[in-house]
Design a protein around this ligand. Structure first.
Ligand SMILES: Cc1cc2nc3c(=O)[nH]c(=O)nc-3n(C[C@H](O)[C@H](O)[C@H](O)COP(=O)(O)OP(=O)(O)OC[C@H]3O[C@@H](n4cnc5c(N)ncnc54)[C@H](O)[C@@H]3O)c2cc1C
Length: 308
């Protein structure tokens, strides 16, 4: 059992709001995940810095949560702290010359709507991706031929207590990959580079993409989106469907009947159910199609210390 008395005292002294034994199933779109020992809601950089300082001083591992829309959290929960960026981190505003500034905690779809209002084009593809801006940058989220890298000017992070700025090159974006993976950097926000457009046309494109999502994806059930990355030359969903796996279930986890690339929680699914189903899908697709599927889904993993 980890001892949290000194950490809690440090949080109180620094004004860091936290809860104990927070069920992560309430913070993931999969509705799966056991309790996190500590759950912090931080609203500004200074509070974040104080929170991380306390966590590091007490050697309590942590990780930063976005909107939990690409995340699988273990049933036994997390023996450490989960940090959620709220308050100022949810804000977005116009910058200069077609730029838009937004905090990492801002819902991606809200950023898309602001871009439309400002007559800025370039984020239409992202409307309907149910993540935060921070999670979308971390994942280099993409859809319908667009991805975050197309819209990034600079990304700001907090690393070792210092604010750092990444230009587009330094972000090392590639398919569902960024330089922020595996380095313990907290993404604070970004400056996005967009181009002038007609709000009506931008809105129409956004609605078209949303309608396609509603038609093709099982949005009515809890999921974490596409479970697997797109393998070179194939579509994961089509391969899974061709293997006859639609509807295959382990416990409460099921390969969606609507889109075989999604695993849905049909009620009471556990992390264990999802992991076993992922294993069955990968084995079958490898055996029958010779393709090894790589998960896009992130397993919640506490960062033992910065940079790890
Ligand atoms: C119905 C549905 C449809 C989806 N459609 C798409 C799609 O079209 N395209 C697509 O790319 N994805 C899609 N996704 C997956 C998901 O929405 C994206 O990957 C999204 O970018 C994840 O953002 P998030 O804020 O929810 O991140 P989370 O799931 O909370 O976290 C994902 C990872 O990002 C890290 N992270 C989050 N915020 C920060 C931060 N501020 N600093 C450092 N690290 C951070 C987390 O530690 C974690 O490792 C879909 C998911 C669902 C449920």
């Amino acid at each position: 059992m980890r001892e949290y008395a000194a950490l809690d005292a440090a949080f109180r002294a620094a004004g860091v709001p936290f809860t104990r034994d927070e069920p992560m199933s309430a913070h993931t779109t999969f509705r799966i995940g056991g309790p996190a020992d500590r759950f912090l809601r931080v609203g500004d950089v200074e509070t974040l810095r104080a929170a991380l300082r306390a966590l590091e001083a007490e050697e309590v591992p942590y990780f930063v949560l976005g909107n939990g829309s690409n995340l699988l959290v273990p049933d036994e929960g997390l023996r450490g702290a989960v940090v959620k960026l709220e308050g100022q981190f949810r804000l977005a505003r116009a910058g200069e010359k077609g730029r838009l500034l937004a905090g990492a905690g801002a819902p991606l779809s809200a950023v898309c709507l602001l871009a439309k209002e400002l007559g800025l084009s370039g984020l239409e593809f992202a409307y309907g991706i149910p993540g935060s801006l921070g999670g979308a940058l971390f994942m280099n989220a993409g859809a319908y031929g667009g991805e975050m890298r197309d819209a990034v000017e600079r990304v700001f992070t907090l690393e070792d207590g210092a604010v750092r700025e990444y230009g587009l090159q330094a972000c090392e974006f590639s398919y569902r990959h960024s330089a922020f993976m595996g380095r313990g950097a907290v993404i604070l926000g970004a400056e996005l580079r967009l181009s002038p457009g007609e709000p009506e046309q931008i809105g129409n494109a956004m609605e078209t993409y949303m309608a396609r999502r509603k038609e093709k994806q099982p949005l009515e059930m809890p999921s974490a989106g596409s479970v697997f990355k797109r393998p070179e030359g194939y579509f994961a969903g089509a391969l899974i469907e061709a293997c006859g796996l639609k509807g295959l279930a382990v416990g409460g986890a099921e390969v969606s009947e609507k889109h075989a690339g999604f695993i849905v929680n049909r009620g009471g699914a556990t992390c264990e159910d999802v992991e076993r189903l992922i294993g069955r899908i990968r084995e079958t697709v490898l055996r029958e199609k010779g393709v090894l599927l790589e998960p896009e889904l992130q397993r919640a993993r506490l960062w033992e210390k910065p940079g790890v």
